[in-house]
Write a protein that binds this ligand. Structure first.
Ligand code: GDP
Length: 365
């Protein structure tokens, strides 16, 4: 499963947010492939289309798609130098697909800020500097090796050295690797470095519980937004404390509480959706009377790979897929109508699965 890592300075609300995530937690029986680890929380991805398909098909059960949040506590100033178990935490960040960076946008004199005052942009820069320094070390090490290999005369190394030099410059200027304009080929050359600052980032601006309905007028949130625009990153305002309370409620109680707060959706839902977008993920559906279910794939996956998300046997034995788009199915109202309309397509191995496809796989066992 795909993973987003939660990072941030101490006392910004990471644990509070992470606890809300595990509270809201997904039914783990549905997700046997997910990691069992106290630092990992599995969340279901809210999707209105899944509810609509459930109305249409009336299956025995409905299963949303899920992904994982990993709590990466302990990232502090000096982490790249190995301070405060720093390197261990950086190694954990290396394993995630995206970073959710929690920043403190709430005032509370009872809760110490590590740097003595609330300043979210400075907090971001503190953490980013550690990530940049760690990347710089990886890039310089590799560059030394590549320069030695250059003597072999292989052109590949010349191109690699050129990309590494540019990366080094960028990092020296305190800019993340993701801010660079790299071609797909160039990215491939440095992919195995697993650079931390190449990962997509989302800033979770943790606001106080009383400011949650009007988070955009919070000056700290505005500062984070300004910073994020320049970096091409997303911002989701959230109140970790409120989310922890919401996570304990269900059904109508939850709706009422959200209404009282002036919210139409929990911050956690917005965060999950934003992380999903950030990761560039697509959802396809299977819709049988037993089960209507959403599955996550990466953009560009072909039908057999997409089938492999359900089970490796589906990928190995893939023959064909019957496919109808979500919109066509909803417009038609049932599989039978869609068939009559000729909107159910048979697709082969080269078919690139689209977001919202409703799929049925045929395969050899
Ligand atoms: P972490 O060190 O980043 O994991 O931070 P915690 O989640 O442990 O939070 C540190 C302290 O800040 C705890 O006492 C939380 O209750 C408190 N806290 C977290 N979010 C908020 C908030 O939105 N408002 C206020 N007033 N306190 C918060």
């Amino acid at each position: 499963a795909l993973k987003a890592g939660i990072v941030g300075l101490p006392n910004v609300g990471k644990s509070t947010l992470f606890n809300a995530i595990t509270q809201a937690g997904a039914e783990s029986a549905n997700y046997p492939f997910c990691t069992i680890d106290p630092n990992v929380g599995v969340v279901e991805v809210p999707d209105d289309r899944l509810d609509k398909l459930t109305e249409l098909v009336v299956p025995n059960r409905t299963v949303p798609t899920a992904f994982e949040f990993v709590d990466i506590a302990g990232l502090v100033r000096g982490a790249s130098k190995g301070e405060g178990l720093g390197n261990k935490f950086l190694a954990h960040i290396r394993e995630v697909d995206a970073i959710v960076h929690v920043v403190r946008c709430f005032e509370d004199e009872n809760i110490t800020h590590v740097d003595g005052k609330v300043d979210p942009v400075s907090d971001i820069q503190t953490i980013n500097l550690e990530l940049v320094l760690a990347d710089l070390e990886s890039v310089e090490k590799r560059l030394d090796r590549t320069k030695k290999n250059l003597k072999s005369g292989d052109k590949k190394y010349a191109q690699e050295a050129e990309v590494l030099e540019r990366l080094k410059d960028t990092l020296y200027n305190d800019k993340p690797a993701r801010s660079m304009d790299l071609s797909d080929d160039e990215k491939l050359l440095v992919r195995d470095l697993h650079l931390l600052t190449m990962k997509p980032v989302l800033y979770a601006a943790n606001v106080s519980e009383d400011g949650v309905a009007d988070a955009e007028s919070n000056p700290y949130v505005q500062q984070v937004r300004e910073f994020a625009v320049a970096e091409n990153a997303e911002v989701v305002p959230i109140s970790a404390k409120v989310e922890a309370e919401i996570a304990e409620l269900e059904g109508e109680d939850k709706e009422m509480f959200l209404q009282e707060l002036g919210l139409d959706e929990s911050g956690l839902n917005r965060l999950i959706k934003a992380a999903y977008r950030l990761l560039g993920l697509y959802t396809y559906f299977t819709a049988g009377v037993q089960e209507v279910r959403a599955w996550t794939i990466r953009k560009g996956m072909k039908a057999p790979q997409a089938a492999g998300v359900i089970h490796t046997d589906f990928e190995r034995g893939f023959i064909r897929a019957e496919v109808v788009s979500y919109d066509d199915l909803v417009a038609g109202g049932s599989m039978n109508v869609v068939k009559e309309q000729g909107k159910l397509r048979l697709e082969g191995k080269e078919y690139v699965v689209q977001d919202g496809d409703v799929m049925h796989f045929r395969f050899n066992v």
